[in-house]
Design a protein around this ligand. Sequence first.
Ligand code: SF4
Length: 208
Amino acid sequence: MFLHGKVASSEVNGPGKRAVLWLQGCTLACTGCHNPETHKFTGKSYVDNQDIKSWLLELPDIEGVTFSGGEPMQHVSDLIDILQFLRDIRPELSVGMYTGYTERELEFGHWRTFYAGQMLQGDGETWKHVKERIDYAVMGRFNVQKLTTEKPLCGSANQNIVTFTDRYTAKDFKQVQAAEVTISADGLVSITGYPGVEFLRAVETNLK
Ligand code: SF4
């Protein structure tokens, strides 16, 4: 799987404490995207799925796992492999995903995915394999013209949370938008969630 980064525990990427995996590679090019460094598909970022599974296996005290991007659906083969592992081996964990595609686009095959060095057309059947293995998704392109702080987990008002199981209801997504800073053991700083400009400036100042 092409991986940009991961954190073992976050409280701003879905209900409860969640592990988060950011995939590396997205061609959707939303204007104002907060993660432009995740757009390029680069072989350097490839991590063996077995290593990701071993990591997921050992995570204690989390409610679920969130897949973010980059664009998870543009990595659908590896994504389904990891999702199936979670459903088989850690079914107690909930699974969420951020995707820039709408449900309609995914159902009708208006999406693409990277496989064996090329972009292939997606289809509704493959999307079905994904949605059968996740509990919810935050769906739709980020639109900088429709910024919102009102909709939990959504950066712009056109995006929506869609649930695919009865594990969560709307009240489980009531968390306010917030941001987190994580500093790994090797000193790598990552910011996740919904950081405003002031927040980013404050982090930059404190890290100097
Ligand atoms: S889909 Fe997500 S990662 Fe891709 S450009 Fe849009 S906001 Fe950025």
